[in-house]
Design a protein around this ligand. Structure first.
Ligand code: GP9
Ligand code: MN
Length: 617
């Protein structure tokens, strides 16, 4: 009892420290609710958000006296600055990405640059309020002059014990709320909501530091469970198995292209007239979802080439270029002696492509240095799509056949810039300028793809070539989505938001009859679909996804943050919605799929972190 009394009498004299903890707590809670827009589904959620920063903030401010006899006021102000800086960094990152930063992301900035648009654009004058308490603390410190609190060893220990106990209670409460909190640590919103932003960062740092050990500890026996599971999900081939055997393959990665542009008009004009006409002569998969994570374009490439899910944090291209992969180039070379190449007008190091393409087994990477890139033929990130395709064709003509190639477009990239002369359609007239511009860059990309087909017809390759066109990921982030809803005349609902994450997938096999295939699927299914058409059984690889010609509707489309979509339901931010009514429904309806989601993400991560493919023949 005397210990408690002693603690409180000390704490009362710990004025500046108490103020710091209190004000930082208020700020963190406000930023969590307003800035991170954390969804509160239950009373426990509310309690968690209110409670979870306390222990870590106490611990942080404790560093103003843990190693000293007296409390160091200046350190308190400094620590307030650090905590506020961290919180503000998180806030800016969240405003752009609707996500929380991870350690690997910080390391990948050298490959991809930091936050895309100018950081200033993400700031608001209201943000200055975050400084008010620090200024006040500085003023208090000045007023206190030489006045300082002496702290006993005993008080230090009690304080430390209390802080750690509060952190532990936070974690236990988090686990009560979500028993799979750590198994699902890829769900960063759930993590931040449960343990708070500061503990989340500590956990993330811990994971990043211990990841290398998975590689050391892995052995061949670790591949068995995954093999068993993957084999159990295989289905019999369809009649189209081998329909494109031996043909050349061209994959076109359509930058930031979402499915909503297909058959959509602005001022009476189609946004994608060429793709719309191509669909009438191709397999069009109309319910394919973007499954990429922080690795964006490279994640889409990664899924297609390896059949693995992307990493939950950072890009696998940047983080795992030294692994062994049973990639498409390797498989196609071994079975059918295909030549593999990638064409892209950007720097070789972007997304660590140069290194990763070698690992994936590409024979050649035609990058910026193989193109004539001038100021006139460039915009935004680099060479415009029309000159890009024109120059690609002459490279392609020299490549040995049969080939497996990927052509990566670039013009339709945020912030969607294009000179007037290249704008072939009116800008949109929504309240979001980003969306209005997006329409014009997509229209330009469509024109560029048309030139690709014209060239393939002109040089005779067309008849013997399968062209797979896919949107790599969303272009309009949640921040600007309102504009899309205006364009489509839709309501901003969770289910509509989920549907906006669809990307177009068109597979053009010359001579095959057109078909629109409405099966739900994702980018992870592109590889097995291609292998299916080429007539190659891929039973000996550790990879996920299903041929879209035979994919079963009871298999969920899995997103990297643990969300998923099934035939009838959308599971998003831990809420189960009915696709039909667009309303939340009982969680038990989504429950049966969760085990599959956890299992696949976990296995895919184990394969990547343990580099398990090195154990396969
Ligand atoms: C850059 C291009 C765009 O080379 O792939 O990258 P993104 O930002 O879309 O991942
Ligand atoms: Mn991209």
């Amino acid at each position: 009892m005397s210990r408690v009394k002693d603690f409180f009498s000390h704490f009362l004299s710990f004025k500046l420290g108490g103020f710091a903890i209190f004000s930082l707590w208020i700020k963190t809670v406000l930023v969590s609710f307003i800035g991170f827009n954390l969804h509160v589904e239950s009373f426990l959620d509310l309690l968690l958000i209110l409670f979870n920063p306390v222990g870590s903030l106490m611990l942080l401010i404790g560093f103003s006296f843990f190693f000293f006899k007296k409390v160091k006021g200046v350190l308190i102000v400094l620590l307030m600055g650090i905590a506020t800086g961290l919180l503000y960094g998180d806030l800016l990152y969240f405003r752009f990405y609707s996500d929380f930063v991870t350690v690997p992301i910080l390391f990948q900035f050298k490959n991809v640059g930091g936050i895309g648009p100018s950081t200033f654009e993400l700031m608001s004058p209201w943000d200055l309020l975050l400084l008010v308490d620090i200024i006040l603390a500085g003023w208090l410190l000045k007023k206190m002059g030489k006045e300082s609190v002496t702290v006993s060893r005993r008080w230090k220990f009690t304080y430390l014990e209390l802080s750690v106990a509060l952190i532990l209670i936070t974690i236990v409460m988090g686990l009560v709320k979500s028993p799979y909190l750590f198994a699902e640590s890829y769900d960063r919103e759930q993590m931040v909501k449960s343990v708070g932003p500061y503990n989340y960062h500590l956990y993330d740092i811990g994971i990043a530091a211990t990841n290398p050990f998975s590689h050391l500890l892995a052995s061949k026996s670790d591949t068995e469970t995954s093999f068993k599971y993957i084999k159990s999900t295989k289905k019999d081939p369809s009649a189209l198995f081998g329909a494109a055997k031996g043909k050349n393959l061209i994959l076109v990665s359509m930058e930031s292209t979402q499915n909503f542009v297909i058959n959509e008009k602005v001022n009476g004009k189609e946004i994608t007239p060429f793709l719309n006409s191509l669909i009438k002569d191709s397999f069009y998969f109309s319910n394919i979802y973007d499954q990429t994570a922080q690795g964006k374009t490279s994640d889409a490439e990664f899924m297609i080439d390896t059949g693995l899910y992307p990493l939950s944090s950072g890009s696998a291209f940047v983080r795992k270029p030294d692994n062994v992969y049973k990639s498409l180039p390797h498989i196609l070379r071994k079975r059918e002696d295909y030549y593999a190449a990638v064409f892209h007008g950007n720097d070789r190091t972007f997304w660590n492509r140069e290194m990763m393409y070698e690992t994936l087994g590409y024979d050649r990477y035609f990058s910026k240095r193989d193109y004539s890139v001038t100021e006139e033929n460039s915009v935004n990130y680099g060479i415009k799509d029309i000159p890009f395709f024109q120059q690609t064709i002459s490279h392609l003509e020299k490549v040995p056949q049969p080939f497996y190639t990927r052509l990566i477009t670039l013009t339709n990239h945020f912030p969607f810039l294009l000179e007037e002369g290249d704008q072939l359609i009116d800008k949109g007239s929504t309240s979001e300028d980003v969306v209005n511009r997006y329409v014009t860059t997509v229209r330009y990309e469509d024109e560029a793809i048309k030139t690709l087909f014209e060239n393939l017809k002109a040089n005779g390759m067309y008849k013997n070539t399968v062209v797979v066109l896919y949107g790599d990921h969303y272009g309009i982030s949640e921040k600007y989505e309102q504009g899309v809803f205006e364009l489509l005349d839709q309501k901003d609902t969770p289910v509509n938001h989920a549907k906006l994450q669809q990307v177009p997938l068109i597979i053009h096999v010359p001579g095959e009859e057109a078909r629109t295939i409405e099966t739900n699927g994702g980018e992870i299914d592109i590889r097995p679909t291609i292998l299916h058409l080429l007539g190659i059984e891929s039973k000996d690889t550790l990879s996920f996804g299903h041929s879209l010609f035979t994919r079963r509707e009871d298999h969920p489309v899995i997103f990297r943050d643990g969300d998923f979509i099934t035939e009838k339901y959308v599971f998003q931010d831990n809420v189960c919605y009915s696709k039909k009514s667009e309303e939340p429904v009982s969680e038990s309806l989504c429950e049966p799929f969760k085990e599959t989601v956890r299992k696949e993400l976990r296995m895919s991560d184990d394969i990547l972190y343990g580099d398990l493919m090195r154990f396969l023949e």
